[in-house]
Design a protein around this ligand. Structure first.
Ligand code: 13P
Ligand code: SF4
Length: 352
């Protein structure tokens, strides 16, 4: 639906009143009505890198989800305030690994005699607590655009990797990019004693994958790929690495949201594409490329419900509140967590 013209005008006016005091970041999964007000758009990596690009801005309004706003707070100076227009914009995958569960997992690894050889690598889609654990245990953060380099780095530091919390990104990167086999990977289930693994399995594994996943990307199946190939002969299947291994294996191209956007920019007119990622982005791509056939990979469509929480009314409310002198929905990571989490994020930013 087109956005409410009154709200569009109010957002524009509030942003103008704030001027250089505000910097608006927007993830590619945001609604059109919101992304039009972003000063910078990007995938998780680009937004983490660019968060600190406007040191003179008092407020960073993060149109994305909670873990992204936390990371922006960690990576910017203490004077800058990060605002998440709706505090309910979380991420179900990030919620699948809590600090207590991960501490318990480390105890299990220690008891199995495997912790000494293990380097944690945590996906950006995790809480600041998990990032702090990662930094404190010599590990790094990664995103979907640098997971390969993060694993290469980690395997230079140790013999095995504990990958948190997305088992699919971990498995896909290990098998596709690192030449490991599916048998080199085990899945640690935080809801089972000992993760549901024996000490022997933990010692033998090269990749210990946390049992987490993205509910949006988890919907794509091998059937979705086979169906679309039948419906659209010659279609290019392009998916995000949060998809299951069987989906990624059957796809033609795999990459982050930024990669997906660039791949379509480079695609020839007349080509057909089935995209396995969130719907706001797929629809925007279809609109931007009328000369190409661009479809959603699955028959039933699906937004990320938490990304979608940031809508125009919430953005207007946040911008007007800031312009009127009231700081709302500030995301602030406590100092101790921040120090270790920053270590892990900076290791990521320093990856070759
Ligand atoms: P990227 O934008 O880094 O590809 O990540 C996708 C995602 O799921 C963000 O929540
Ligand atoms: Fe989390 Fe998946 Fe939504 Fe990304 S798309 S924010 S991983 S639930």
């Amino acid at each position: 639906a087109p956005s409410d013209p009154d709200l569009v005008e109010r957002a524009r006016a509030a942003k103008e009143r704030l001027g250089e005091r505000v910097f608006v970041l927007g993830h590619h999964y945001q609604r059109d009505e919101v992304i039009q007000f972003a000063d910078v758009t990007g995938d998780s990596f680009k937004l983490a890198r660019d968060a600190a690009a406007r040191p003179q801005a008092e407020f960073i309004v993060f149109c994305g989800v909670h873990f992204m706003a936390e990371s922006a707070d960690i990576l910017t100076s203490g004077d800058q305030q990060v605002i998440l227009p709706d505090l309910a914009a979380g991420c179900s995958m990030a919620d699948m690994a809590t600090a207590e569960q991960v501490a318990e997992c480390w105890d299990v690894l220690t008891e199995a005699g495997a912790a000494g050889a293990t380097v944690p690598v945590s996906y950006m889609n995790s809480s600041a607590d998990i990032k702090a654990f990662t930094g404190a245990h010599g590990g790094t953060i990664c995103t979907s655009s640098n997971a390969k380099r993060a694993l290469e780095w980690a395997f230079q530091q140790g013999e095995k990797v504990l990958f948190l919390p997305d088992q699919h990104l971990g498995r896909n990167t290990a098998v596709r990019d690192m030449g490991l086999s599916l048998d080199d990977c085990v899945v640690y289930n935080p809801h089972k004693p000992g993760g549901g693994l024996t000490a022997e399995q933990l010692r033998a594994a090269k990749m210990i994958l946390w049992r987490g996943h993205c509910s949006v990307h988890g919907r794509f199946s091998l059937d979705s790929v086979n169906d679309v190939r039948e419906r659209i002969p010659g279609v290019n299947v392009l998916v995000h690495p949060e998809c299951k291994h069987e989906v990624v294996s059957a796809a033609d191209h795999v990459g982050s949201t930024e990669y997906i956007i660039k791949a379509l920019d480079a695609a020839p007119a007349g080509s057909a594409w089935a995209i396995g990622t969130e719907l706001n982005l797929v629809r925007r791509l279809a609109k931007a490329h009328p000369d190409k056939q661009i479809v959603f990979l699955d028959k039933t469509v699906c937004f990320c419900s938490t990304m979608n929480r940031i809508d125009l009314p919430h953005l207007v409310w946040a911008l007007e509140s800031l312009a009127d002198g009231t700081v709302v929905n500030r995301i602030e990571v406590d100092k101790e967590t921040e120090a270790n989490a920053k270590l892990a994020l900076e290791r990521m930013l320093a990856l070759p």
